[in-house]
Write a protein that binds this ligand. Structure first.
Ligand SMILES: Nc1ncnc2c1ncn2[C@@H]1O[C@H](COP(=O)(O)OP(=O)(O)OP(=O)(O)O)[C@@H](O)[C@H]1O
Ligand SMILES: [Mg+2]
Length: 469
């Protein structure tokens, strides 16, 4: 699905700096290396790189239209003859183009934000959609979803710009690290359904306090249009409050919600079984993801799908088809040792969820947590790491390995809570932790790997994997 010159002008409110030969263009790209014949190249000004430095590269690869917010200098453009459109801010223009495409294709937009569980919930909603139908039309093959973590002011627009005319549903993740981002992302996505999975201490460097996190995530409900339905997690005190002050249509979920989970049975590393209830019916669901927090994500996804009109059977089949996402509670065996790889990211709430999941596994050997720092906690960093140590001690794990600047804080918390000093080891670097683990590891043990993205705890696991038996 391409763009006409008029559409680009209407979407962005830009002005023509230069009228080129073509008036019909291909897809929007922001990476000049992705430009092909007739592409629309939007020159974004990043912190490190300025897209305006790559205009020539985009043109060389065939771009037919440039969207810029800076002067072009004395370029000789006559040979390639592109159209050049000037806007006030190219980042805003990218969002505007995405919004235009979203309104034009008009799918049901399912927007997902929250401190934890966004990507998991997104995968679950998309999976249910594959088994569902709207007005008798099967949705399989007509569902667009955010790939990976494309959830910010660049990623969300690039996701929506992939919308094609056949798409009936778009499942998108909205992420934030600064106040105001969710507001703008909501404006771009104009959701039909919005969910805030949880409010927990994360990204405190930009959002300061838990209240700040709640205010920022709450923008999804506040700024949804009149069509927007809020999907409200009643089990989280903050989201419950945000739901309460929302005046429009609502669907609640949780232990007491309209969409609820009952009779939970933990299957350890194999996942969790529960009875899903919605709209007067029920189904037993066998979720393949470990940790009860994933039941909460599943209920949220089911509630979103319920809003779309999906059947309970579609919810069951969709939820059961979801496999662990790499580096998020992904289970594997290494030389007879069970491994939970949750190294994708970490904050206090997700650490707690992962520790609970480790404690719930039937384990004949030692339960070992291998934890890295939780980043972006601002002024609360020391306190939150100390509390993490306390939580580890309370969960009764056998050994704790630590890596990072805040490791001594975690250790202090664990020891204060009664954990034996011999059971808490601080490593110097990734490979030293892997070596220590290797020395201690015995068949039947279970290891949990987790830390913030910037710490890369998967590197410890990678080294541990290749060490001889
Ligand atoms: N509902 C939840 N409550 C607490 N922790 C959770 C929940 N869901 C997931 N987690 C934890 O957070 C980790 C990341 O999950 P997921 O990738 O779904 O979250 P996300 O919100 O997309 O994260 P990011 O902000 O890093 O993109 C999981 O592996 C798990 O440890
Ligand atoms: Mg994510």
């Amino acid at each position: 699905m391409g763009w006409t010159r008029e559409e680009i002008l209407a979407a962005t409110g830009g002005e023509i700096l230069r009228l080129g030969r073509q008036s019909v263009f291909g897809d929007v790209v922001t990476d000049s290396q992705r430009a092909v014949r007739r592409s629309v190249f939007v020159a974004l000004q990043g912190q490190r790189v300025d897209g305006h430095a790559f205009l020539d590269d985009a043109l060389r690869r065939g771009a037919g239209c440039l969207v810029v917010h800076k002067k072009l200098g004395n370029r000789k453009l006559n040979r390639v003859n592109p159209t050049v459109i000037k806007v006030e801010d190219t980042l805003k223009a990218l969002g505007d183009l995405a919004h235009y495409r979203r309104q034009r294709v008009a799918p049901k937009v399912m927007a997902i934000t929250g401190s934890n569980g966004k990507t998991t919930t997104k995968e679950m909603v998309a999976s249910i959609c594959r088994f569902a139908a709207i007005q008798g039309l099967p949705l399989r093959g007509r569902v667009l979803k955010t790939e990976g973590n494309y959830n910010n002011l660049v990623g969300l627009p690039l996701t929506l710009l992939r919308l094609a005319s056949r798409d009936r549903v778009a499942v998108v993740e909205l992420g934030t690290s600064e106040p105001g981002e969710i507001r703008r992302l909501t404006e771009i996505a104009d959701p039909d359904f919005g969910i805030i999975t949880s409010v927990a201490p994360a990204h405190l460097t930009g959002l300061n306090t838990l209240r700040g996190v709640a205010r920022e995530k709450g923008a999804l409900f506040r700024d949804m249009g009149p069509r927007g339905v809020a999907v409200v997690n009643l089990d989280d005190p903050w989201t419950r409050r945000l739901g309460k002050s929302f005046k429009g249509g609502k669907i609640t979920y949780g232990t007491k919600g309209e969409v609820r989970g009952e009779k939970l049975k933990a299957l350890g590393e194999k996942g969790t079984e529960f009875t899903l209830r919605a709209g007067g019916g029920r189904r037993r669901v066998r979720l393949r993801l470990p940790g009860v927090h994933n039941v909460s994500n599943a209920l949220g996804a089911a509630a979103m799908a319920y809003g779309l009109g999906a059947t309970l059977e579609a919810m069951r089949r969709g939820l059961e088809a979801v496999k662990p996402i790499p580096m998020r509670m992904a289970v594997e065996k290494v030389r007879g040792i069970g491994v939970i790889n949750d190294a994708y990211n970490a904050n206090p709430a997700s650490m707690e969820a992962a520790l609970k999941a480790l404690a719930a596994i039937a384990c004949k050997g030692n339960r070992v947590a291998v934890l890295g720092d939780m980043l972006e906690l601002g002024r609360q960093a020391s306190k939150r790491h100390y509390e993490l140590g306390q939580a580890v001690a309370r969960s009764g794990l056998d050994h704790l390995y630590l890596l990072g600047q805040f490791a001594p804080e975690v250790r202090r918390g664990a020891l204060d809570q009664g954990m034996d000093g011999d059971r808490v080891t601080i490593g110097k670097n990734h490979s030293s932790v892997a070596t220590l683990l290797h020395r201690q590891a015995k068949r039947g043990d279970w290891f949990l790997f987790k830390g913030s993205r910037g710490i890369g705890m998967e590197k410890v696991l990678a080294t541990f994997r290749v060490m001889g038996g």
